[in-house]
Write a protein that binds this ligand. Structure first.
Ligand code: 16G
Length: 234
């Protein structure tokens, strides 16, 4: 079965759009047709498709713009892998750092350990359909997770490993959400312009009354949004 030309073009554009800041203008039909050597009709149909998907928005007399963050996740104690799969994206990771490190004062106080105790530091770039979505820096209580420093997290979900290899299931968690400006190195890893706004989510997860995970996730503000169910005060 052959893929219609406009679909192919829409696919190529989708990859560019998810990397572009919300609100930025996209090429006009005419420009797109010229640049890619397709007919204006094909260019129009490709843009129509992306407008239908909600990735682009048309503003009469002004042009077409990148519409909204691509990934929306609920505020729940779920994993990146689960969140992305539930939204139809293919998750993947690249490991930036994995190994035991001595707890500094802050980390020690989060885990209730003495300064200098071994904790596992796992830093990963998380991607959805190959697009960088977050940098996650996880500190883990190494003493309860023997051998975790030897696990290859390129193709593994941390939460799956915790449940299946160590029997650790989280019963509670706390999440702090704050805005920040991307550190220059993070901006490069996330492929966003220097000085971009990011969301930082700091999660502390507890199992059997002990903090097991303390993770800071840094998301580009342009590619990500959070949603939460709100309930009336009882
Ligand atoms: C989520 C969690 C993060 C956790 C990760 C595990 C937030 C803000 N953070 O990204 O704390 O370490 O999932 O994902 O939601 P994984 O099981 O796919 O490795």
């Amino acid at each position: 079965m052959t893929v219609p030309k406009y679909r192919e073009l829409a696919e190529a554009l989708r990859a560019e759009i998810v990397r572009a800041p919300v609100g930025s203008p996209t090429a006009s039909e005419r420009q797109l047709a010229e640049d890619t050597g397709v007919s204006r009709m094909t260019a129009r149909r490709a843009i129509d498709e992306l407008v239908r998907e909600g990735l682009l928005t048309r503003q009469v007399g002004r042009g077409t713009f990148v519409a909204r963050p691509v990934v929306s996740v609920p505020l729940q104690l779920t994993s990146f892998t689960e969140d992305m799969l539930a939204r139809g994206y293919t998750p993947s990771s690249s490991v930036l750092h994995a190994g035991l490190v001595p707890a500094d004062e802050h980390v020690a106080s989060v885990f209730g350990l003495t300064v200098g105790s071994d904790v596992m530091l796992l830093a990963r770039l998380r991607l959805a359909d190959g697009v960088p979505i977050a940098i996650e820096r996880s500190h883990l209580r190494a003493r309860l997770l023997p051998g975790i420093e030897g696990i290859d997290f390129r193709h593994e979900s941390l939460y799956r490993v915790l449940i299946e290899e160590y029997g650790v299931r989280f019963e509670a968690g706390e999440q702090v959400i704050r805005s920040a400006i991307a550190r220059p190195a993070d901006a490069e890893t996330l492929e966003i312009p220097h000085g971009s706004a990011v969301l930082e989510l700091v999660r502390t997860s507890v199992s059997h009354g002990e903090v097991i995970e303390w993770t800071t996730s840094t998301y580009p503000g342009s590619r990500f949004e959070l949603s939460a169910r709100i309930a009336p005060v009882t």
